[in-house]
Design a protein around this ligand. Structure first.
Ligand SMILES: NC(=O)C1=CN([C@@H]2O[C@H](COP(=O)(O)OP(=O)(O)OC[C@H]3O[C@@H](n4cnc5c(N)ncnc54)[C@H](O)[C@@H]3O)[C@@H](O)[C@H]2O)[C@@H](O)CC1
Ligand SMILES: Nc1ncnc2c1ncn2[C@@H]1O[C@H](COP(=O)(O)OP(=O)(O)OP(=O)(O)O)[C@@H](O)[C@H]1O
Ligand SMILES: [Mg+2]
Length: 351
């Protein structure tokens, strides 16, 4: 029996490129595809995806295919060595949430490069994290750079704050990471830096930006001189203006674009808007981005690996929020969501 193919608003959204695939046409197309469920439908869906139109389910199915199987012969680190760059006197929770989420989503190792004052708190939160108290030292860039050959991805910004010295160090770290072709997720105050210096990421296909409502408007204002627009075309336009950097605009519906395609994640989440949810998304995206780039375009049917990784992270974070809210309601916190990462990952990517 064919599973219901959710017709969500995951089609390519209206844009300057090639007009609009009307909702009615899309429904008809998917209804036809539904009739072919099974191997022929895979081909039909693959065709849909390559035609830059994907159902949520179709795109998530592709994201599932990017997850590496657990293997007896594997070695520590193979499934991901993720480093969070962030953590300052005021914010110690955000880098913790991002790093532990990367681990819980399947990375083998999680590092945090933070300011010295933040390190004891973050170390105390979890023995699993390798915490480097170097971000506010004079040689911060060099201290981080020597670790880059042993890392797969950076998650830059959670809990970074806006101290000019820290931001200057992070600028150097981003330049060093890009020079090594290291994938980067940029969130939170890392986006504050990017809004001021967009060339740090412009044209870098292995960068994914994860702005919330406020950060998105700041980026739009800085990059396209327009803080209006919050729809798929606004997200696509920002991505295009940044030379194809993947942009994930978080909100009631998450919108993801690589400047060509726009995907919408409207998986059920929760009504709770506690702090830290974006940090969980950024951390889990870090490991999914590594896996997606490792799997390569042959596994993504024409969609860009960062685009599918971002969609997967959206779905995972929202599923954690839903599961935690079902248990804790209005008292739900980011910590409750971290506890749901394992079951949520299994539901979405392994069952
Ligand atoms: N426990 C922690 O240590 C946490 C630290 N965080 C860090 O705090 C720093 C600042 O993050 P913020 O998200 O507050 O910064 P933003 O610059 O996104 O938010 C600035 C202001 O805009 C408000 N705002 C955010 N989203 C909004 C929306 N949808 N509509 C209207 N107003 C909105 C915020 O409440 C805040 O007052 C970042 O480095 C972030 O990582 C947060 O991630 C939350 C958790
Ligand atoms: N109105 C909403 N309804 C449902 N889910 C939402 C809503 N707004 C945001 N989300 C989801 O919450 C998560 C975090 O988004 P949010 O906009 O809170 O990020 P943030 O402000 O960066 O969070 P953080 O406090 O970690 O910095 C994302 O998974 C997003 O899909
Ligand atoms: Mg945030």
């Amino acid at each position: 029996m064919a599973a219901a193919v959710r017709v969500s608003r995951c089609a390519r959204l209206p844009g300057k490129r090639g007009g609009v695939l009307g909702a009615a046409a899309l429904v008809a197309l998917l209804a036809a595809a539904l009739a072919l469920w099974g191997p022929p439908l895979d081909a039909a869906l693959a065709g849909l995806v390559s035609a830059r139109t994907a159902t949520m389910d179709g795109a998530l199915r592709l994201a599932r295919g990017l997850v590496p199987p657990l293997a007896a012969g594997s070695h520590k680190g193979r499934d991901g060595r993720v480093a969070v760059v962030g953590g300052c006197r005021e914010y110690t929770g955000a880098p913790y949430f991002a790093a532990i989420s990367a681990l819980k989503a399947g990375a083998d190792l999680a590092h945090v490069f933070c300011a010295r004052e933040a390190a004891p708190a973050i170390k105390a939160y979890s023995p699993e994290l390798i915490v480097h108290p170097v971000l506010d030292s004079p040689g911060a860039v060099g201290e981080v750079e020597k670790w880059l050959p042993r890392l797969h991805v950076l998650v830059v910004g959670p809990g970074l704050g806006r101290d000019e010295q820290l931001l200057a160090s992070v600028k150097g770290i981003l330049e060093a990471a890009r020079a090594r072709d290291l994938p980067v997720v940029i969130d939170a105050d890392g986006l504050w830096l990017v809004a001021r210096q967009p060339d740090l990421v412009r044209g870098y296909a292995k960068a994914v930006l994860t702005p919330n409502h406020v950060e998105f408007r700041r980026l739009r204002e800085a990059v396209v001189r327009d803080d209006g627009g919050e729809d798929g075309e606004a997200v696509r336009g920002l991505s295009e203006a940044l030379g194809g950097v993947t942009v994930l605009r978080k909100g009631e519906r998450d919108l993801v674009s690589d400047g060509r395609q726009v995907l919408v994640c409207d998986q059920e989440g929760s009504l709770r808007r506690c702090g830290g949810q974006g940090d969980i998304l950024a951390g889990s995206l870090g490991v999914l981005l590594h896996w997606a780039l490792l799997a390569g375009p042959q596994k993504t049917n024409g969609s860009s690996p960062p685009l599918l990784a971002a969609l997967g992270a959206c779905a995972l974070t929202r599923r954690c929020s839903l599961r935690a809210f079902q248990k804790h309601g209005r008292a739900t916190t980011a910590s409750d969501m971290v506890a749901e990462l394992g079951p949520a990952f299994h539901e979405l990517f392994e069952s």
